[in-house]
Design a protein around this ligand. Structure first.
Ligand code: NAI
Ligand code: 15L
Length: 263
């Protein structure tokens, strides 16, 4: 089934704005939601403000769509209360809303920080179990398990994207491994909206020569990334993350923050 009525949460954010532009005019309905105000909608678009922590409002938000692209949330490390409210409760509310509304599929913006405590010389795949580098990364690992519950028990197809660094271009040496170009991000979302799957975890990464991730599961679903960070190598190779721990582990700058292990 190719989705035709789409809800994007976090639609006012960085990735939401890219998608809004790329998906405009291609679907019967593009419902755009965020906690912050958004400009008036264009043709086929509907703007519905909503706080993801408000379960009743999220339930209404999910009515009448086939597919949800769940980008809304806090995309950086912060304290437990905000993490629990927005990334944990917000994602629970979203999946509950999807179940009540009979939504076919949810594409969940997970993050490479769900596996950020793996060393940078390890090659991972979507099957690699989480090693979160932060409370933030843990909320993403939780979201992946939540997605499995709703996929296998309630029949909501769930594609979890462990997104690397979605930027106009790589900005340092680490990003030569983690970069996801804007165009490849849109390509991966298009796959999520049309492919046949139950529950999958894949990496949101371009076809980077130095990628840390075996993304063959995404390729099997039909993802064909066209960009490679290596094109920018001469420009950014010498820009290293300052902290040694940030260079040793995949999570980069999230790793040294509050790091206390001596093992
Ligand atoms: P962003 O911060 O630009 O967008 C997130 C949006 O969520 C914001 O517009 C914000 O207003 C909204 N939001 C926050 N709290 C909310 C609430 N309580 N209710 C409703 N909306 C709320 O972040 P970005 O970069 O666009 O990321 C989108 C998603 O992708 C996030 O879930 C992030 O964790 C994930 N991601 C992004 C990566 C990147 O490279 N940009 C890398 C890995 C994951
Ligand atoms: C993320 O999960 C963040 O949301 C984004 O801002 C970047 O830090 C990205 O990961 C990254 O690892 O580069």
């Amino acid at each position: 089934m190719t989705s035709n009525r789409i809800l994007i949460t976090g639609a006012a954010g960085r990735l939401g704005t890219i998608l809004r532009q790329s998906l405009a005019g291609r679907f019967a309905l593009l419902r755009l939601s965020d906690i912050v105000p958004m400009e008036a909608s264009g043709e086929g678009e509907q703007v519905v403000p909503c706080d993801l922590a408000d379960a009743a409002a999220v339930r209404d938000l999910c009515e009448g769509v086939d597919a949800i692209i769940h980008l809304g949330g806090i995309p950086y490390e912060t304290g437990w209360s905000e993490m629990l409210r927005t990334n944990i409760a917000g994602t629970v509310n979203l999946y509950e809303g999807a179940r009540h509304a009979g939504v076919d599929r949810v594409i969940f913006a997970s993050s490479n920080h769900a596996t950020g405590m793996y060393p940078s010389d390890r090659t991972l795949s979507g099957d690699s179990s989480p090693r979160p580098d932060s409370r933030y990364g843990l909320t993403k690992a939780f979201g992946e398990d939540l997605a499995a519950l709703y996929a296998y028990k309630h029949g909501i197809r769930s594609l979890c994207l462990r997104i690397g660094s979605c930027l106009p271009k790589p900005d340092n040496r680490r990003a030569l491994s983690t970069w996801l170009s804007h165009d490849d991000f849109v390509r991966l979302i298009e796959v999520g909206l049309s492919a046949d799957y139950v529950h999958e975890i894949v990496y949101g990464v371009s076809r980077n020569t130095r990628s840390w991730w075996d993304n063959s599961a995404a390729y099997r679903l039909g993802y064909e990334p066209l960009d490679n960070a290596e094109v920018y190598a001469a420009e950014v190779e010498s820009i290293e993350l300052k902290a040694e721990l940030a260079r040793l582990y995949q999570g980069g700058n999230f790793v040294p923050e509050e790091f206390t292990s001596r093992k």
